[in-house]
Design a protein around this ligand. Sequence first.
Ligand code: NOJ
Length: 549
Amino acid sequence: MSDFKARTIYQIYPKSFHDSNGDGIGDLKGITEKLDYLQSLGIEYLWITPFFTSPQKDNGYDVADYRNIDTLFGTMKDFEELVEEAKLRGIGIMLDMVFNHTSTEHEWFQKALAGDQYYKDFYIFKDGKPGTPPTNWVSKFGGSAWEYVSAFNQYYLHLFDKTQADLNWENKNVRKELVNVLKFWMDKGVKGFRFDVVNLISKPEKYADDHEGDGRRFYTDGPKVHDYLKELCHESGLNDDGMVTVGEMSSTTIDNCIRYSNPKEKELSMCFNFHHLKVDYKDQQKWILRNCDFMALKKLLNDWQLGLQEGNGWNALFWCNHDQPRIVSRFGDDKQYHKESAKMLASMIHFLRGTPYIYQGEEIGMTNAYFEHIEQYRDVESINYFKILKKEGKKEEDIYRILQERSRDNSRTPMQWDDSPYAGFSENEPWIEVTGNYKEINVKNSAVEPDSILDYYKKLVRLRKEYKVISDGSYIPILLDHESVFSYKRTYDSQTLIVINNFYGTETEVELEGNMEGYQCILSNYESRDPINRLILKPYESLTFLKNE
Ligand code: NOJ
């Protein structure tokens, strides 16, 4: 288990990472070409989002063949080379398994549509008349979660886009197929898996209207989800092989995450939860803007740290991924305090109990895209919501403001490698525009800049390997009532760590309790400081003190 406690995982969205063949789309060879860079960061696992055969309606989260590589991204040989080359650099590859649904172009769904009952049972078909779906559940991408098939006078369930049909996990044959998919990739030498929205796989026995919400309470952490995960991991030998596994857990609870990740349960290594990334949603709604509720954020981080610690669960620590806006634009200040706030936000989570994830470009402080026209957007969810919000009567300028803050495309713009045209991502026009600030914010500049954000991330990765207190220590909250500082202690044997983060761009004062003798400042985003009890923190200042006796 300790294998992944001291390690940091790097996430790659292949379409936007590096294009090796000049078609404007990132590919597997492109990742291989950048392995030395990734090794220099010190990371030991790469989670790569789906590159399997897919019509790309949801950028690969609509898989049409789990065992093949989409020609957009390369060939199986390219993949095998990537695994090999990564291994030489001490990096394990983690694949992204989308097992809640398949693309409607998957052979199974096509056979189902052709009337083959064996494959119809792979999906969730329910009776219903045109215009009256079986339930009022809402798809996560907007609109009804049911699509009508006139040939059967039935609907099929899709919790996401209508081209992503939900699999019927009740069917043992489905579960067997998925175990075999895992075995196939384990034989190719992959070292772990991320499971997409995996806490949605178990649907309720009865399908009924939700009069309180959009239906999610019926299938989130559903009735048999723990049994299914135990079976999946056991049958594929995932646990015996010491693989790293992480489940993406939509709207989950602390108690369920303890069960998902407590080693005794033999389910997963750790969980992603998203509650801390909804503190700027109004009434849990992504498409209504609101400022970050810092006290709510503190409470959530703290509750999850303490809750999982108590139940011996394990958390994935993250701010960014391919579905979230860039954190420096979201909770930091990507203009006046770009460097300071990016570093503070990094410290805030990297020293917590759990395994940290870095999303491509986060380590150089990449910002939101600030696109101004709908034609610049590519994401199915953003485009759907543009239409929905327009229909609701919202003004276009307001919709653009929302998209500029909330669209998933904010994190999907090409990785900024240098200041050449297309940011060194590709030699030709990329599938999605490069963010306008690439001439200043890029890897090439970061590599020579003193005190760069990149350098800071390297230190964070290194410190986690160096000190047991970071990888294995207990978490103790401090300054819980402070209205602008997130601070905590970690303890392990004779080591104690104190982490102090000013979340805002204004000075603030903190008073630390206890004797500060013996502490030294091991990381700071301004100059180093003496460990004293009373400190006036600068805007976005982050300080980490260590006592190592
Ligand atoms: C979560 C993935 O992260 C997201 O990108 C995708 O659209 C949905 N799951 C559906 O697979």
